[in-house]
Design a binder for this molecule. Structure first.
Ligand code: NAD
Ligand code: IPM
Ligand code: MN
Length: 381
């Protein structure tokens, strides 16, 4: 979402927001050249970051600033996210993060800085509590999934993951030979993510719109508060059909009947795990994009996958999850819906032509990151 800007001339009211729970804003002339912060990070991050920058440049005039995060930032500054980088992200119109982490920084020392702290700090620092992970297998990839085509055909679901609460941000620590990670949620945190999910279900226009809330209410107190709160918020969205699943059963049903889901809303840790599982419906983790949104200020767009250390530097990383994240940025971040549609169509088209990075299982035209990127840019010309 472009932030409030005073340096541009206003030229009109913005049309109704795609993301309905965010505050309305006015478009300024400065928005004609959106400021995008690109954070390449680690592992395959710089490879797919370069591809995404090329994609953005091919689409128009963006002011792109590359910033350090994760392990790269630890090496440079001793911390995974500097105040300067967080401030620069706050001052941009949208942020694209590629990937952080890797064996170089993996340690069990609780006092050592970790690359992942950079990403968590960015999400928290920008107030991005709603993480949208759309799962829509490209038609050309229906046979690339380890699941049978007849199970995944028709799948078009959205995971709405709570992103700034729960066990990720609770008190944690070590005390002698014990360690703890506390999971806590407040009613306010659950209400706002529930509203985001109901609004998303409404916007997707299912007939009727459906929302599945996933929790572990048979065991966890936070989940009982979650369920109680979601049920109460449902009163504001009577047109949306609500049901509840326990997370273990949800994990099973995601692969046994994925096409029957519409929107899934769940807490931070469950959303992390279920979305990697759901990625396989699309054929590869290298296909799944995400948007992390808050109530104003810039949003963050990030592929769901990590830094893939096992293939880093080989030129074979699949850039498509990042391209689809750029599409989400164009739609939810800088209000360029037509360009977002074009990028998504270009991705489908190159897959239709048979281009496949190795993670997609070969195919008629095996390619690396460069060729895949070139083909998408060609489609957009
Ligand atoms: P991963 O997602 O990096 O990789 C899992 C598997 O998927 C690997 O075999 C990898 O090669 C493959 N893969 C992932 N993305 C791919 C792509 N674009 N193209 C082709 N293959 C791809 O998960 P991991 O190995 O568990 O984690 C590696 C590091 O990444 C860890 O440090 C972890 O903390 C970090 N991580 C970062 C993010 C992020 O930055 N958003 C997300 C998840 C994991
Ligand atoms: C994700 C990642 C992150 C998460 C890690 C890298 C902190 O796995 O975005 O899914 O757990 O949220
Ligand atoms: Mn994850």
């Amino acid at each position: 979402m472009p932030g409030a800007r005073s340096d541009g001339e206003e030229y009109g009211d913005v049309y109704p927001l795609e993301v309905q729970w965010r505050r309305p804003r006015r478009v300024t002339a400065a928005d004609l050249r959106p400021r995008i912060a690109v954070l390449p990070g680690d592992g395959i991050g710089p490879e797919i970051g370069a591809a995404a920058t090329a994609l953005l440049r091919s689409l128009g005039d963006f002011e792109i600033t590359e910033l350090s995060i994760g392990g790269a930032s630890i090496d440079e500054h001793g911390t995974a996210l500097t105040d300067e980088v967080l401030t620069a992200c706050r001052g941009s119109d949208a942020v694209l993060l590629c990937a952080v982490g890797g064996p170089k920084w993996d340690t069990t020392d609780p006092d050592a800085p970790r690359p992942e702290q950079g990403l968590l700090g960015l999400r928290k620092g920008l107030g991005l509590y709603a993480n949208l992970r759309p799962v829509r297998p490209s038609p050309a990839l229906l046979d690339a999934s380890p699941l049978k085509r007849d199970r995944i055909e028709g799948t078009d679901l959205l995971v709405v993951r709570e992103l700034t609460g729960g066990i990720y941000f609770g008190d944690s620590g070590r005390d002698g030979d014990r360690a703890h990670d506390d999971c806590a949620y407040s009613v306010g945190e659950i209400e706002r993510i529930a509203r985001a999910a109901f609004a998303a279900a409404r916007r997707r226009g299912g007939k009727p719109p459906r929302l599945t809330s996933v929790d572990k209410a048979n065991v966890l107190e936070t989940s009982r508060l979650w369920r109680e709160t979601v049920v109460r918020v449902a009163g504001e969205y009577e047109d949306v059909e609500l049901d509840h699943l326990l997370v273990d059963s949800a994990a099973m049903q995601l692969v046994s009947r994925p096409a029957e889901f519409d929107v899934i809303v769940t807490e931070n840790l469950f959303g992390d795990i279920l979305s990697d599982e759901a990625a396989m419906l699309t054929g590869s983790l290298g296909m799944l994009p995400s948007a992390s949104l808050g109530d104003g200020g810039p949003a963050l767009f990030e592929p769901v996958h990590g830094s893939a250390p096992d293939i880093a530097g080989q030129g074979i990383a699949n850039p498509l999850a990042t391209f689809l994240s750029v599409a989400l940025m164009l739609r939810h971040g800088v209000e360029r819906d037509a360009d977002a549609d074009r990028v998504e169509a270009a991705v489908d088209a190159v897959l239709e032509r048979g281009l496949r990075t190795p993670d997609l299982g070969g195919g008629s035209l095996p390619v690396g990151t460069r060729e895949m990127t070139g083909a998408v840019l060609e489609e957009l010309r």
